[in-house]
Write a protein that binds this ligand. Sequence first.
Ligand code: DGT
Ligand code: CA
Ligand code: CA
Ligand code: ZN
Length: 581
Amino acid sequence: MARSNDEVAALLQEYADLISITGGDAFKARVHEKAARSVGGHHADVSTLDLKGLQQIPNVGKSIARKILEYFDNGSVSAVEELRAKIPAGVRRLTAIPTLGPKKALTVYEELGISSVEELADAIHEERLRDLKGFGPKTEENILHGISLLRSSGGRVRIDVAMGLADDIVAELSALPGCLRCAYAGSLRRMRETIGDIDILVAARKPAPVMRAFTELPYVTEVIGTGDKKTSVRTGKGLNVDLRVVPPDSWGAALQYFTGSKAHNIRTRELAVHQKLKLSEYGLFDVESGKKIVSETEEEVYARLGLPWIPPTLREDRGEIEDGLHGELPDLVTETDLRGDLHSHTDLTDGLAPLEEMAQAAAARGWAYYAITDHGPDMAMQRMTDERILAQRERLRELDGTYATRGRRGGLRLLHGVELNIGPDGEVDWPEEFLAGFDLCVASVHSHFNQGREALTRRIVRACENPYVNIIGHPTTRIIGKRPGIDADLDAVFAACARTGTALEINAHPDRLDLRDEDILRAGRHGVRFAVDSDAHAVPHLANMRYGIGTAQRGRLTGDDVINTWPERRLRSFLRKGQQA
Ligand code: DGT
Ligand code: CA
Ligand code: CA
Ligand code: ZN
């Protein structure tokens, strides 16, 4: 059957639902419901019918026929849009799921208090929908499918998705004989948390062979446009890639230009104008003579503007130009500054690998120290007990120092920790006597996300005040593109962290990147310390540190701000939180 018939049937059904939800005329609702069924079952494709033809369909009168025509003309129907706008925001958020109609959305909203897509997904996984009238396993499956459709169409992608593809493309193009230089630029080089499209830059004398090789890459599904300066393609991951090929002597100017951000470029161009220069992707030129001054390296371009080279992660026009002019750019933390990782899981809870494998992999990364922090017992699904965590500790002590690592002469130091759950009142899983046995405690919010601002704030502040809580894990609990951060008074939380000697985590998992750059900037002003952690649940996650460091840099952090760049002794003293040695 024609797809358009299904679409129209769904739309008419939705209109009927909206009428009844908003307290409209029950008769009118029934008429549209009947029409929906006849359109769905009609033999001819409704998108090919005119007003007369549509009216031949049983139960379709003139007004409904007009709505159908409006739908095919505009892609929407104003009467439906008007009613959509009248339903509560929580229900509206749910109806963004293509397979969830307003009626069912209203049911879960009213019966279970669910008002976001993320909560709904959780409820399905916890099988809480099953008891509702009209919901069954089939409905759940449908809704989950709709949720995955919704998530994949957000437009921007997670940084790791873009980075994986960009790394591949750069490797492929770099291997071409005519390719003299190749790098990714744009938001990816600036390490933004999500990426709109990938921008690749190549320096070559002849663009054509590079462009051709690029369009022939296996993941290219469509060539949007191609020329000798720029080629744009779509890839199977739903991500577009722009390739620009520039002459080798324009490399620096082009890289500077295409790294952006736009806001940063506007500022650098202004600086050029004040010096009677013109800055473009081809170089820095003298306006009067038109002569090129520099363009081969980014350093030269910045230097000629009176600036030091500015790290891409700072190029957002958030003060980096002023600081550069005054020689006050921060000495940003880098991945090589890190000495260890302070948050990771094993298969004792929800990790995939056993302790031995995680430790081995941590040693292979060259860490000097590495903390295992499985979930505490308050996360009931994880079945943690005193016995199990103490047995883990014993095993960990046996393994401590037995893995050769680049970072340390005595072998990898293993720290025994735990990821505690910050309960609704700020309480955590174990009493202080028990917590005293851990080398460090991460504490995180994993439930009761919608308590209200005051309660949430009090809760986290109380966790900071616990003398054994060292790090607040993924402090806002946001999941990028899926769940907003909790509504807590972050300034109060940051002040409490600074006062109590509790570090804030920068969770490096690309789903989270929590704290985010703007919150780090804010927290930094309170004098807080940070821990950049992988929160690894499997060996490959250990490599996510690069995204955490990118985020830390965007938050202007230096090595000294990040406790896991510190030597072990200094770290251990911080973990004592000012208690006696
Ligand atoms: P995205 O792709 O949305 O994640 O963000 P970007 O920053 O990668 O933006 P994109 O791909 O549109 O452009 C890449 C860079 O090229 C951008 O960061 C700065 C530069 N650029 C693009 N269009 C303009 C423009 O109209 N003016 C200036 N000054 N720069 C531009
Ligand atoms: Ca881009
Ligand atoms: Ca682009
Ligand atoms: Zn967690």
